[in-house]
Design a protein around this ligand. Structure first.
Ligand code: ADP
Ligand code: TPW
Length: 590
């Protein structure tokens, strides 16, 4: 067991060890929270960290620890950090490292590992594995610290790699024998430093700004697309000024919702499909032309569309199609320059273009409202989420975390966001198992109430973290939308062995009992009124709360809005989903 203080050697020189040095380096760099799962050889890293004033949050699975830290990275713009044990813990922790890299969020994973000489000779060490070489493939960068003196350098490199350019996940390998190495405290103090300007501004060239603004000025039907890179950039005021001065419609990707409030008059979400098909010049601010946007080509887009793409990563330009006006820079600096250019050369979109979208939106919103406000029971995704919308409309500072298929797509469409970086969901990979850990990360980072909205299948990936929510008494209201299956609950077994279908789960299961087991407030809701009442109670009380919502087993469709990505069998069940219907959905595809 390590003491909370550095040790003293026989010569009376104060000594420190690798574990203390890791903690001191974290503190020097302002890292005041650590997520993790402990065990050999890192248990005392967590205990020492806690003893020195770092808030340690112990989760129930390394994947969740990583996702909680990644959420902190997205919300704050500074790398979140998590700790795992060797081999199996390391492997569990790799998924969120890769996810964060895919999402472009800064996070640092520290893992204990075996002594290098035992691994390199293949001697069969306890939980032995060549972790560093595996990690490299899943991380933006990876470092192995072989000697105590290198700990500060490893952190400096990791913080810089995680935060600069397109952010991502960085791995630090901490062999157990290195953690036990010692050195004089006075020498360690000389080595430890805080990284200076870890995410330097990237100023775009004047010519690229001018070319972009000239192209924008040529537009008859301009559109501004906001992605989670724009949310991450913390350029909220600059973006608002740009969007409002141009007067063009804008669309927000899922995690850019709230950058401008969803009820903003220029939000074209309710006429998304037509707006994308008609726009002739599109300004992409921190959004990739990847699968979520049909790679910027095909029938989702005007065939003659021209893109202005602002991205911090030069390699993103032309990733999937020709970009007429690339602007490589960070969004804050770039949009500031756009605004300066527009002040000198004003450009205003034709108001008739925006007005047409507003009129079509009104019609589509009225149609949508009927489903959302319906009192139908058993409930559908629409009226259950409509009830939650009433709570969030009255509490703009609530964070939303969200996972599932229909539970994701329909929530994104229905639940409006009013503040930037307040919605965290399945992200670029569309991955399950992020809802509760993101909720934990958001609650720990901000202290604000969080509503964590899950499909019943999605909840199975991270549900044990309800215990963590209760242990740390976090202001998280967990909502499970139970339609009894992966996607929906009425699929049948195509054989005759009597087993449930591959898509079937427990309809009418009482998921809220897990919250009751750990002392939180637990409710079962069968009507929209009950959903609203219980969710409102959870948010107002700021206490661990869970609301299990009983939905019709017929609510939802296979794969939600992205059914069309399924291969279609020649015979047998069609994956379902009408592509045009998907493309016309009010939210993003995916
Ligand atoms: P979404 O899923 O919302 O469409 P993506 O994750 O696909 O967003 O795209 C985000 C983009 O934003 C990435 O290409 C990333 O390089 C870029 N990005 C991240 N941070 C910044 C920043 N500060 N300035 C400019 N671009 C950024
Ligand atoms: C790590 C595949 C995509 S969506 C989903 C799964 C299993 C769950 C959908 O059902 P749910 O929601 O949550 O009940 P709903 O509202 O549609 O009924 N494993 C991982 N990630 C993904 N994306 C999957 C599997 C999947």
């Amino acid at each position: 067991m390590a003491s909370a203080n550095a040790t003293t050697n026989p010569g009376d020189q104060t000594m420190t060890d690798g574990m203390h040095m890791v903690v001191q380096t974290m503190l020097k760099n302002g890292m005041d929270k650590l997520y993790g799962v402990i065990g050999i050889p890192v248990t005392d890293v967590a205990r020492i960290a806690q003893g020195k004033g770092i808030r340690y949050i112990g989760l129930r699975h390394e994947s969740d620890a990583g996702n909680a830290a990644a959420a902190a990275g997205f919300i704050t713009g500074k790398p979140g950090i998590y700790l795992t044990v060797s081999a199996p813990g390391f492997l569990n922790g790799i998924i969120p490292l890769k996810e964060a890299t895919e999402n472009g969020w800064p996070v640092i994973m520290m893992s204990g590992s075996s002594s290098r000489e035992l691994i390199d000779m293949g001697e069969g060490d306890y939980e032995g594995m060549d972790q560093y070489n595996y990690a490299k493939q899943f991380a933006k960068a990876a470092y192995r610290v072989d000697k105590i003196e290198d700990i500060p350098l490893a952190f400096a490199r990791a913080i810089r790699a995680a935060s600069s350019g397109r952010p991502g996940g960085v791995y630090i390998d901490l062999p157990g024998d290195m953690l036990g190495q010692t050195m004089p405290q006075a020498e360690a103090d000389q080595l430890i430093y805080a990284v200076n300007d870890p995410a330097p501004a990237v100023i775009p060239s004047e010519s690229s700004v001018e070319a972009a603004m000239k192209l924008l000025a040529s537009a008859k039907k301009p559109l501004i697309y906001l992605g989670k890179g724009a949310a991450y950039a913390q350029a909220d005021d600059e973006i608002k000024q740009f969007v409002e001065s141009v007067g063009a419609p804008y669309l927000a990707m899922s995690m850019a919702k709230g950058l401008l409030p969803d009820d903003h008059p220029q939000n074209a979400a309710s006429d998304r499909g037509a707006t994308m098909r008609e726009a002739d010049v599109v300004v992409m601010l921190g959004a990739r032309l990847n699968w979520m946007l049909g790679f910027g080509k095909g029938k989702q887009w005007n065939p003659d569309v021209k893109f202005i793409q602002v991205d911090i990563d030069p390699q993103e330009i032309d990733n999937s199609r020709y970009i007429a006006a690339p602007v490589v820079g960070d969004i804050k600096s770039t949009v500031k320059l756009f605004n300066e250019y527009l002040a000198a050369h004003p450009f205003k979109a034709d108001p008739a273009w925006m007005q047409g979208i507003v009129e079509k939106s009104e019609a589509s919103n009225a149609k949508f409202a009927t489903r959302v406000n319906s009192t139908e029971v058993p409930m559908t995704h629409y009226n259950a989420l409509g009830a939650i919308k009433k709570v969030t409309d009255a509490n703009h500072d609530v964070y939303i975390t969200n996972e599932g298929a229909n539970a994701l797509d329909i929530c994104r469409d229905i639940v409006d966001m009013y503040l930037p970086r307040h919605r965290l969901d399945c992200g670029t990979w569309g991955v399950m198992g992020v809802g509760l850990p993101y909720a934990i990360g958001a609650a720990v980072t901000t202290g604000k109430p969080v509503i964590s909205i899950h499909g019943d299948s999605a909840f199975g990936f991270d549900g044990m973290e309800v215990e963590t929510v209760c242990r740390y008494n976090l202001p998280v209201t967990v909502v499970v939308l139970n339609n009894g299956g992966v996607y929906r609950g009425d699929f049948e077994n195509l054989g005759n062995d009597g087993d449930p279908s591959p898509l079937t789960l427990s309809a009418k299961g009482h998921y809220e009992k897990i919250m009751e087991a750990f002392g939180g407030q637990a409710y079962y809701a069968t009507t929209p009124e009950e959903v609203e009442k219980y969710v409102a109670e959870g948010v107002a009380s700021k206490k661990p709360t869970m609301v299990c919502c009983e939905l019709s087993i017929h609510s939802g469709k296979e794969s939600g809005h992205i059914s069309y990505l399924n291969p279609q069998p020649v015979t047998g069940p069609l994956a379902g989903g009408n592509e045009m219907e998907d493309l016309n959905a009010t939210g993003q595809i995916g």
